[in-house]
Design a protein around this ligand. Structure first.
Ligand code: EPS
Length: 403
């Protein structure tokens, strides 16, 4: 079973990730990690912080000569902004008392944080609840992604809407209708989306979104949006229906909602399907060679908590960033008087970055269920187990039912 742990405050010295459970002999380089970390930093509408940071990993352990050792992989991502926060964020007691933050921002973890942890400074909540932490998650998810690529499994994403601005032709509908080639590789979505500064798939859509973001910034406001994340090449049989905590879709939903500011998720056409007849929802089964495929993919690649072999399709919604330059009402905890919520440097829109983080989380969940099913201490052993299953899958079904 793979697991990871992240540590680090937004303006502390560094973020760290410890990633555990991947087999040995998996090839991976610093360059590969850094490539995906950079993708998370992109996006029109980010604030000043991304101009300071240029995230890169320092691999501390678990990898030797470009290959995993099977031991815990530990990774450090330094915060360049730490230089400006040493006094505020030092770990030792300081003679100069740092200025306390006392006005919580609605929608952020400020008030729940001081309530729960008995803090006397909202800064203590701000730092760890910041989406800065997701850089470490992307590092963990990148190792999972590299692992999956060995088995022809690819993950990709695009932004579907920002501030309610949708494309004229929605590629999500094509995925659900399965209007994609059987050779479709989800990474091609990302390759195309990454060319756009808001990670959308067409130029007209991009222009309309940029207009909306510019207007929003002028008004001191923020925006959220929706994004689609997909995985192709996922074999039949990851996850299970036998226990609630073995279901692939449940794990995917949990991983998505665990991303800062994500408030909703659907697998396949989840919400739309609820309004349709069953005959228009369920994906017809077709035998194609030594394989079963589906005419459509409204189930988003999961039935009975188990992967069907069709692309895994997930759509999620991110709420608008909670730090507003034209703030909403709050209370100053120093004097308990009504006041405007605190302004603080922030992003106006972070949906493009959120989609990249979602890729990492989806890769993580799929890699986890892949290793639960196929196991193995070395990548060679995992590959043998996987190949053996794939080779015999159809033959076994045929044999079982012809008796
Ligand atoms: C964030 C606030 C901003 C963002 C940050 C998330 O940071 P700062 O307060 O330093 O300007 O830039 O995102 C990142 C640092 C990142 O790496 O994504 C917040 O409050 O969540």
């Amino acid at each position: 079973m793979i697991r990871f742990l992240t540590a680090g405050e937004s303006h502390g010295k560094a973020l760290a990730a410890i990633i555990e459970g991947f087999p040995s002999n998996l090839s991976v380089t610093k360059e590969y990690f850094d490539f995906h970390l950079k993708r998370r930093q992109m996006g029109y509408g980010r604030g000043g912080r991304m101009k300071i940071e240029s995230d890169e990993v320092e691999i501390l352990s678990g990898i030797r000569n470009g290959k995993t050792l099977g031991s815990p992989v530990s990774i450090l991502i330094r915060n360049k902004d730490w230089e400006n926060w040493k006094d505020e964020m030092g770990t030792e007691p300081s003679a100069d008392k740092p200025g306390k933050v006392s006005v919580p921002r609605p929608g952020h973890a400020d008030l729940v944080g001081v309530s729960k942890y008995n803090f006397d400074d909202i800064r203590n909540s701000i730092e760890r609840s910041s989406a800065r932490e997701t850089a470490a998650r992307v590092a963990a998810g990148t190792l999972a992604r590299k692992f999956l690529e060995q088995f022809g499994i690819f993950v990709g994403s695009f932004v579907e809407s920002i501030g309610g601005v949708y494309p004229k032709e929605n590629f999500f509908d094509n995925l659900i209708a399965n209007k994609v080639s059987s050779k479709f590789n989800a990474w091609t979505l990302s390759k195309k989306a990454d060319k756009s500064d808001v990670r959308v798939l067409d130029e007209d859509h991009r222009k309309r979104i940029i207009r909306k973001i510019k207007l929003t910034k002028k008004n001191g406001d923020t925006l959220g949006g929706t994004f689609v994340v997909a995985a192709t090449g996922v074999p039949v049989g990851l996850g299970s229906f036998v226990h609630y905590d073995r279901r692939l879709d449940a794990d995917i939903a949990s991983a998505m909602v665990s991303i800062n500011a994500v408030k909703a998720v659907e697998i396949g056409n989840g919400f739309a399907g609820a309004e349709m007849f069953g005959s228009n929802v369920h994906d017809e089964i077709i035998k194609r060679g030594e394989n079963f495929i589906r005419r459509t993919n409204r189930a988003g690649g999961v039935e009975g908590g188990t992967s069907t072999g069709m692309p895994v399709i997930v759509r999620a919604a991110m709420k608008p960033i909670a730090t507003l330059m034209s703030p909403v009402q709050s209370v100053d905890l120093k004097n308990m008087r009504r006041t405007d919520a605190r302004r603080e440097r922030s992003d106006f829109v972070a949906v493009p970055a959120c989609a990249v983080i979602a890729e990492s989380m989806l890769a993580w969940v799929i890699a986890k269920h892949f290793l639960i099913k196929f196991g193995g201490d070395s990548i060679e052993e995992t590959t043998d187990n996987y190949m053996n299953y794939q080779k015999k899958l159809f033959k076994r079904i045929k044999k079982n039912f012809s008796k």
